[in-house]
Design a protein around this ligand. Structure first.
Ligand code: URA
Length: 244
């Protein structure tokens, strides 16, 4: 049994304050009756209607963050701001972790979830999930760089990279597609080609595309179709429940 405001805010769709306000306005029904924010219910059994629309119980929370530069992709750090610090308290308590790290100076798509199974599969090279980055580099990108990426590079320190995609957008800009995520991998691969990265932003992870309406530093819960897209990508059984 959990408090109603906690159940709803844990989805990332409404803050606890918003839930309290909706309850006050009589916009939430639980099993057909007007709700109270502090009522305790079994989220798997109760029917919760927000403005008449069912809120399905979600075991896990999935958040899309537009990561800004200057914050760590970590859950906590004693000195520096982390991506978890960008979320409200009710989401900070959900046990969310970033799915793959972005460097402190890298911006863009960061998925945060407490679904460990999905996290593992999205990151494992076995599931071939593309991660697409926009990179701006020093030096002029050339066809030979595309060929080197496609062949699978061996970096100076012996790191063997899987074949990767490089799509040149202009002399100094490219889209890089990886199916793995080794430490500083995009930067190291481009540096190895003599094209050090000046700016890096992740745009996509499998079917999940950074929402261009999401300002840098902002977050939103994933939509049902986005969660299902990720699960399908990793061959996890599709969810059958209707979701708000
Ligand atoms: N590759 C990098 O070099 N940095 C990132 O943040 C992500 C991928």
């Amino acid at each position: 049994m959990e408090r109603l405001d906690k159940i709803i805010s844990a989805t990332g769709k409404k803050s606890r304050r918003e839930v309290k306000e909706m309850v006050r306005q009589g916009r939430i029904l639980v099993n057909g009756k007007m709700a109270a924010a502090d009522m305790k219910i079994d989220p798997q059994q109760a029917e919760i209607l927000l403005d008449g629309v069912p809120l399905a119980y979600e075991e896990f929370t999935y958040i899309m963050l537009h990561k800004p530069a200057g914050v760590l992709s970590a859950v906590e750090d004693r000195r520096q701001k982390t991506v978890l610090d960008l979320l409200p308290p009710e989401l900070q308590k959900r046990g969310l972790s970033p799915v793959g790290r972005l460097d402190k100076d890298t911006e863009g798509l960061l998925l945060l979830t407490n679904d460990g199974n999905l996290t593992h599969k999205l990151l494992s090279p076995k599931y071939h999930v593309d991660k697409v980055y926009y990179a701006r580099v020093e030096g002029c990108l050339e066809t030979s760089d595309i060929e080197a990426f496609a062949a699978g590079m061996v970096l100076g320190d012996g790191l063997v990279c899987l074949p990767a995609g490089l799509e040149i957008l202009s002399d100094h800009e490219a889209l890089v597609t990886l199916q793995e995520g080794k430490f500083h991998q995009v930067k190291r691969m481009l540096a190895c080609r003599g094209k050090p990265v000046q700016y890096l932003k992740r745009l996509r992870m499998g079917p999940l595309i950074l929402d261009e309406k999401l300002p840098c530093g902002a977050f939103r819960p994933l939509r049902t179709e986005e969660i299902e897209g990720l699960r399908t990508e990793c061959s996890i059984d599709r969810m059958t429940k209707n979701r708000q």
